[in-house]
Write a protein that binds this ligand. Structure first.
Ligand code: NAD
Length: 478
């Protein structure tokens, strides 16, 4: 096979002007934290320090919640939907205008390839604001009664894998429905949330409608447990989701949880192999596998196993790993040293439990956090790599003989976020989709997102839906 050599094609960083340090965004202004604590955010590709960010303590969270409450009562909840919509449209348009800057900033802070932040994350962020702007003055037609009311102040906590996109999934519906928000981004990726705070200023959003408090788990805990919060929206690990559910159970807070996953990507013998291989690669190597709905368990029908595996291995040798800002890069950096350690540990367990590990020849950069695209074959249902979320570029391959066996194996997981089905038979797609216990089932594609389509899980993947008409329910008193 011909191997193409690529000249480096890095996107310029000059479009981003980083400040040395960032304050908290409370009541429309950036300011210092009460106790003066800060942490550093780094580029996972180079370990270079990008900026110092304020760590919000309980007193700061309290100030933010107070500002959000005041804005809720004095301006936002009383504003007609058509006026709120104008702000959301304005934010969406500024995101489009600043798209290149936001994409570079996201790739710098997160490690994801610029191709993805530029072509997937940021366009979807804008789309979420446009879509929800459209709902703001039509809520009475959403099917939740003639005059659905907002809930109040939403406390929102998000993870690091799609920093600005997860912010959009949280903030756009909350504001469209008339709520105000306090959002805490993940500690390893706070920079695009802080850029979003600037966008709120640029859009003249009334002070206090959006507040951004940076920090780690303790800041998140102070936010979700604050008595002034009416609604908690969390995306992150199942373990932390469980803690939040426990803390909120005795309160009147409305809670939605978007948690982990271990999706099955199921390839039947009549599937077009080349197309399926692209879907498998996109399913698990997109965003280095840091995707809650990643197709991390590949189920292949035995009759086509060797063909699919041969094509998949061939395809993986063409993936380019390296500089996230290079436009040719397919696989970027792992987001943090801690995440890399977790991926390494589970991969070692996979080998120790008897599965066979394979990676294409691949040179890893010396600095930064990197893991090669990895396949495990000979995996059984009992192996930890078939049961636990690895959240990295690691695919576990299993086989099946009949649709019933595929279904049984796919559903044999504590999670239920997504699944993929590859076959030419429409009837088989419908048969599988109606029996798979997963919030999203993709047919002959994978990892496709749209603001009009609800997203969310079954079982330990959480409860509630984000996106679409269904997602509005989480922010309305119905
Ligand atoms: P995490 O649960 O460790 O952290 C998520 C966020 O919660 C971070 O902002 C963190 O600071 C905060 N946090 C930590 N402890 C907290 C506490 N006690 N109270 C309140 N907040 C707390 O998860 P992570 O490692 O950042 O993200 C990866 C996980 O997120 C994976 O399991 C992935 O599947 C999941 N995820 C789910 C979805 C979805 O839509 N279902 C989307 C993206 C990621």
């Amino acid at each position: 096979m011909t191997k193409f050599e690529y000249a480096p094609a890095p996107e310029s960083r000059s479009i981003v002007s980083l400040r040395e340090s960032y304050g908290l965004f409370i009541n429309g202004e950036f300011g210092p934290g009460v106790d003066g604590r800060a942490f550093k955010t780094i580029s996972p590709a180079t370990e270079e320090v990008l900026a110092e960010v304020t760590e919000a303590g309980p007193a700061d969270v309290d100030r933010a919640v107070t500002a959000a409450r005041k804005a809720y009562e004095q301006t936002w909840s009383a504003m007609p939907g058509r006026e709120r919509a104008k702000y959301l449209f304005r934010i969406a348009r500024i995101i489009q205008e600043r798209a290149r800057e936001l994409a570079v900033l996201e790739s710098l802070d997160n490690g994801k390839p610029i191709r993805e932040s530029r072509d997937v994350d940021i366009p979807l962020v804008a789309a979420h604001f446009f879509y929800h702007a459209g709902w703001a003055d039509k809520l009475e037609y959403a099917g939740y009664g003639p005059a659905p009311r907002p809930l109040g102040v939403a406390g929102q906590v998000i993870p690091w894998n799609f920093p600005l996109l997860m912010l959009a999934w949280k903030i756009a519906p909350a504001l469209a429905c008339g709520n105000t928000v306090v959002l805490k981004p993940a500690e390893t990726t706070p920079l695009t949330a802080l850029a979003f705070a600037e966008i709120c200023q640029q859009a003249d959003l009334p002070p206090g409608v959006v507040n951004i408090v940076t920090g780690a788990g303790e800041t998140g805990r102070a936010l979700v447990e604050h008595p002034g919060i009416d609604k908690v929206a969390f995306t992150g690990s199942t373990e932390v989701g469980r803690q939040i559910a426990r803390a909120c159970a005795p309160t009147r807070k409305k809670v939605t949880l978007e948690l982990g996953g271990k999706a099955a990507n199921i390839v039947f013998e009549d599937a077009p192999v080349d197309q399926a291989v692209e879907g498998i690669v996109n399913g698990i190597f997109f965003n280095q596998g840091h995707v809650c709905c990643a197709g991390s368990r590949l189920l292949v029908q035995e009759s086509v196993y060797s063909d699919v595996l041969a094509s998949l291995r061939r395809r993986l040798t063409t993936l380019r790993l390296g500089d996230p800002l290079d436009k040719n890069t397919d696989v970027g950096a792992i987001n943090s040293a801690a995440q890399l350690a977790k991926i390494r540990e589970l991969s070692e367990v996979g080998e120790a439990e008897g599965a066979q590990r394979w990676s294409p020849p691949c040179e890893l950069p010396v600095k930064g956090f990197w893991f090669p695209p990895t396949l495990f074959t000979g995996v059984s249902q009992a192996h930890r790599i078939a049961r636990e979320e690895i959240f990295g570029p690691v695919l576990s391959v299993l086989t099946f003989r009949t649709p019933a066996e595929a279904l049984e194996k796919a559903n044999n997981t504590p999670y239920g976020l997504s699944a993929g089905v590859w076959t030419e038979k429409g009837s088989l797609i419908l048969w599988m989709a109606s029996r798979l216990r997963a919030g999203v089932v993709w047919a002959n594609t994978f990892n496709k997102f749209d603001p009009t389509s609800p997203f969310g899980g079954y079982k330990e993947s959480g409860y509630g839906r984000e996106g679409g008409r269904h997602g509005l329910e989480a922010y309305l008193d119905v």
